[in-house]
Design a protein around this ligand. Sequence first.
Ligand code: NI
Length: 266
Amino acid sequence: MSQAIEDFFAALWVDYVAIAPSAGTIHQMFRDRGERVLNDHVAFRTFSGPQVGIEALEPHLLKLGYSRHEPYRFEAKRLDAWSYLPPDPKYPRVFLSELKRDEFSGPARDIIDRLADSISEDAAGSSAVFHAGRLWPAVTLAEYETLAAESEYAAWLASLGMHANHFTISVNELQDTPTIESALNLVESSGHPISDAGGRVKGSAEVLLAQGSTRADRMTVEFADGSLEVPTCYTEFALRFSDGAGHLYQGFVPASADHIFESTKR
Ligand code: NI
């Protein structure tokens, strides 16, 4: 069991730092300062539907020993999500969101349906699907713009495909920078811009979870009719608080996550 989880996250990490090299630099910087770098959660994006929707991906998490925690809904972004708890706290929680295809209409809907319908039926046959990249043909630059105008999430997913969208450093484990603001300041001073969508720090002790993130790295991607630099992935920071009964909060705060999604804004 634990070897399977180790292998899963090792493969995910290799794929993630290939498109978001700053994440590797940031993790190394904290380790060089003598910190223990533990991931609070890893988040994924996908299209709803039978091929790679949450229902198709979830069995792989359950097989690794994860358990379902809570569902979330992001109305304005047309997303559903589930969180999953690890079999051992040394492994990250998983946050799985999916774009609700049937809530789109017009040209964006046509593009999204075409991509999703082109995914092979056995795409989710192994856990490698979580870092399989694009499982559909490249869209054109104009189609990318059409998607981006409706949903940054859709444009991100269409252009890059299946990857970890972000790994999240647990600030609870950090000794020298025990607050989100201090961790973000350190990261910023080492040359990594911070996302300020919804303020630098999202959430607080009051909602039992505070978060912040870098702005996504950028990478040139080949489209059907040319290339374009697009936002890829970012590094998030999370600090969890205990509730009145002394239990460390395990969930996610939708209002904060809503802003965190915007770390890949163009
Ligand atoms: Ni997150």
